[in-house]
Write a protein that binds this ligand. Structure first.
Ligand SMILES: O=C1CCCN[C@@H]1CCCn1cnc2cc(F)c(Cl)cc2c1=O
Ligand SMILES: [Mg+2]
Length: 513
């Protein structure tokens, strides 16, 4: 199928599905909530992996691999926060025709898989810090309607799990990982992020605090949690008995010194990254790929050949295309030529625009006369005749320009949907205008619940439901590290937007995925 037959602003979820399938990023699978990640998307994931792996190696994180199966006993080791998740755990109960004695869970995350071994391996403070990461898939049998890349029953991710001697070490490295997550989105995917800390209600219940990078999808006006980095505190090390002797405690009478539960962190980034990239940058011609992650950065297409041109003339043009590709490849630019002789140039333009290839270079007999090629940018469709002389540098610079312009454009669109609001009525108006909001807030859970309740569409009567989203209320997305200062919160003076307690922070609130 050529191109799309639905506009992004017309029916966003149908647009999203069409872009993903017709650009050959993904295909649907005969098990609901599961999808096939095809090479065009898988290349992006691999680029993210390579980039992030280099970053965590600077922290001496080691990659490893734990089994995907979790015994019931291990999984239920930490009773309290599991019960909330129990419905989404997938279990293996049979092998062949015979039942297993004990059901075995498929990992939904690996704390309960790993931490019994942290307890076994970490005996002395000299075994710290322990920093492990694994690239794997996890399974969560979600019941909410699945969305390709955003909410799937199996997804690829990395999960990092570290153990430290002190809270300070854990604090520092929790934040350092978050900067790497922010740069995956901003440097690679050209998507702006707001970083901050989750509220007590939204944090990972098993931990001390959760830091997060929050994205925004302008087309739906919804926020999206893009990656998280937790300081787990000592709750898991107490539960799993991960203990060392405290090197700083004076050895008491006898030789046993104080025991110390280690401080832990855990952090995760998933193939949700791919969904955010598509939703933010895609347009009505299809994908728009950020050059840094596109498998093909430049597609070279022969044009201007008519029945008047004999085979020799055609061959000259085809050879020029191949030579140009060779020059670009030698300069480290991922280029290909589309020399298929059974498609018109116009067909090829659509084909590669749908896949979001950042630059198209057209070459025909007239271009060769002028020793030039016509470049067309995928993000702006701007056309420019480029001399073939120094084409490597020109194209490399153009790719950088596109990457930078995509980030600037996405940041402008995010800022247009981000409002600093101090009055409740303006808050509701902003939400219904597809915005997320920074609001003065007392930072209490009961107020957070009230905000969600009072901002749900059901509560607001028959507001025009401009998209098929359920009547969801606004959740707290994070408390941004960078707090607005116009107007600043005056402690003890500024009122919470929802209740009449005093506001202590600006909270980022919005409808979300
Ligand atoms: O977010 C991350 C980063 C990577 C490592 N893990 C943490 C916490 C994961 C929370 N979480 C998220 N989802 C879960 C689903 C489940 F079925 C069960 Cl049993 C547990 C959980 C659960 O603990
Ligand atoms: Mg979940």
């Amino acid at each position: 199928k050529l191109g799309l037959d639905v506009a992004k602003e017309e029916d966003f979820s149908r647009w999203y599905q069409q872009v993903l399938t017709r650009s050959e990023m993904l295909d649907y699978y005969d098990i609901s909530g599961c999808y096939i990640i095809r090479p065009w998307a898988y290349h992006v994931w691999q680029t993210i992996q390579e980039y992030f792996d280099v970053k965590i190696k600077t922290m001496q994180v080691k990659n490893c691999y734990f089994p995907m199966f979790v015994s019931a006993r291990a999984l239920e080791q930490e009773k309290n926060h599991i019960e909330g998740f129990a419905p989404e755990v997938a279990w293996v109960t049979k092998a062949g025709s015979s039942d297993l004695d004990e059901p075995i869970a498929i990992r939904p995350t690996s704390e309960t898989v790993m931490y019994p071994y942290f307890s076994k391996w970490i005996r002395s403070h000299r075994d710290l810090p322990l920093r492990l990461n694994q690239w794997c898939s996890v399974v969560r049998w979600e019941f909410k309607n699945p969305q390709p890349f955003l909410r799937t029953r199996e997804f690829l991710w990395q999960e990092g799990h570290c153990a430290y001697l002190t809270k300070d070490d854990a604090d520092t490295e929790t934040r350092r990982i978050l900067t790497y997550y922010k740069s995956v989105y901003e440097h690679l995917l050209a998507v702006p992020m707001i970083d901050g800390v989750k509220s007590e209600k939204e944090k990972f219940a098993g931990g001390l605090y959760t830091t997060t990078v929050e994205g925004f999808i302008p087309a739906t006006g919804r926020g999206i949690q893009a990656a998280t980095s937790h300081n787990l505190g000592q709750s898991f090390s107490k539960m799993f008995n991960v203990v060392v002797e405290d090197p700083n405690s004076p050895a008491n009478a006898g030789n046993e010194s104080a025991k110390l539960n280690v401080w832990q962190t855990s952090w995760g980034l998933s193939t949700r990254t791919l969904g955010v990239m598509v939703m933010v940058h895609g347009d009505n011609k299809g994908l728009v790929m950020p050059p840094r992650v596109s498998e093909i950065q430049v597609i070279v297409i022969p044009t201007g050949l008519t029945v008047k041109h004999d085979n020799a003339a055609r061959q000259v043009v085809y050879d020029a295309c191949s030579d140009l590709v060779t020059r670009l490849l030698n300069a480290g630019i991922r280029a290909e030529a589309d020399l298929r002789d059974n498609y018109t140039p116009g067909f090829k333009y659509n084909h590669w625009e749908l896949r979001g290839v950042p630059i198209r270079l057209e070459i025909g007999p007239k271009d060769l006369e002028k020793n030039s090629t016509l470049s067309v940018r995928r993000d702006t469709f701007a056309k420019n005749a480029l001399p073939l002389e120094n084409i490597e540098t020109t194209v490399a610079d153009l790719l950088e320009q596109i990457q930078s312009d995509m980030f600037i454009k996405a940041t402008r669109e995010r800022d247009a949907g981000l409002k600093t609001i101090t009055k409740w009525d303006d808050f509701i108006t902003a939400l219904n205008n597809k915005c997320i909001c920074l609001i003065p807030w007392c930072n209490t859970t009961e107020c957070e619940d009230e905000i969600k309740e009072r901002s749900s569409r059901a509560e607001l009567g028959d507001e025009p439901q401009d998209e098929k989203a359920p009547s969801m209320g606004a959740k707290s997305l994070c408390i941004p590290f960078l707090q607005p200062t116009n107007p600043p919160i005056e402690q003890g003076v500024t009122k919470c937007i929802q209740c009449d307690k005093h506001a202590t922070v600006y909270g980022l609130f919005g409808r979300s995925y």
